[in-house]
Design a binder for this molecule. Sequence first.
Ligand SMILES: *Cc1c(COP(=O)(O)O)cnc(C)c1O
Length: 381
Amino acid sequence: MQDKHYLMIPGPTPVPPAVVAAMSRPMIGHRSEDFAALHRRIEEKIRRVFGTVHEVFILTHSGTGGLETAIANVVSPGDKVLALITGNFGERFAKIARAYGAEVDEINFGWGKNVDLTVVAEKLAGDPGYKAVLATQNETSTGVLNDIAGIGALVAKTPALLLVDGVSGVGGIEIKMDEWHVDILVTASQKAMMLPPGLAMVAVGPKAWPVIEGNSAPRFYFSLPAARKSFEKWNTAYTPNVSLFQGLDAALDMMLAEGLENVYARHILLARAVREAVLALGLRPLAEAGYASPTVTSVYSPEGIGADDIRKVLKEELGVTFAGGQGILKGKIFRIAHMGFADKMDVILAVAALEMALTRVGYPVELGKGVKAAQEVLLGR
Ligand SMILES: *Cc1c(COP(=O)(O)O)cnc(C)c1O
């Protein structure tokens, strides 16, 4: 049926009607008092989502632009950087650091595994010369949640800065930037923040500023000192995506009206429901329960059946889009997002569609078995 699509990928995610309405308001000048008031309202609210009392810069970039902002302002050629890698996005963060001339030590924990704090502690004890440690809060390519509080406690004991990619977590998964000793925290608009793509949000803590100010490497559009200077007047250094700012204002209102604790609990509940459903269908989630992501669930396709064949039936016959695997997991897994503007019936729909698609590709499932398992979780049983 035309225009009947169910987008269940980990970004871009569905946008709530209230946010769409806010984004279609008339344009305002970005040097106007109206914009300054909007910017200030956003800032007061977004700091609560980030768990910080410090500045959160709203920048007109994609998420990767936000990561590049973090690197460009901290790293100079020859600096030593430690990258904690659990999948595709951890690898990308390391690549950006290398592009800026850093000497990057990588610890690869494996795709589907989480960061092992003992290994990090040993590495930091062995080489105290790191300028920055790069970590991913929620590894979207595998559906793994990393322990940022644990990593933060270790990095805080060293002179290194902790830079965190929170792109698919912030807004859906609890993070306490200040309390957990995160020095730069990055997210983007199109994941748990319930907006279209186009904004990155970059928060900077006090340990980072002297490093940023003293960094000799070139930067212009990505300059945090330039962003900070404009920010003092509730301005932005260059023309921002005004419509997305208007949408962000509305999205933050929605989150705070629901209550951040409730937002986080909702994501955890949806993840549990999906997990129990796929287990009931005899499928295997990629991540262990102890560190499975609250916002996206990765599932191995059954033996002998390509994950992308299942996705094709879902998309073409049922109008449901799941994400595929990335990198080494391509064709082996599919990923179901329950991120941002997602609720109980989205999960029921995803599971019901999965049961139908599995049947169509020749994997015998008892119809309704996964749905029932999800319903039990959602009913709190
Ligand atoms: C989506 C994502 C990114 C990349 O963001 P873009 O907006 O595509 O540049 C980076 N990190 C993580 C963890 C992501 O999920």
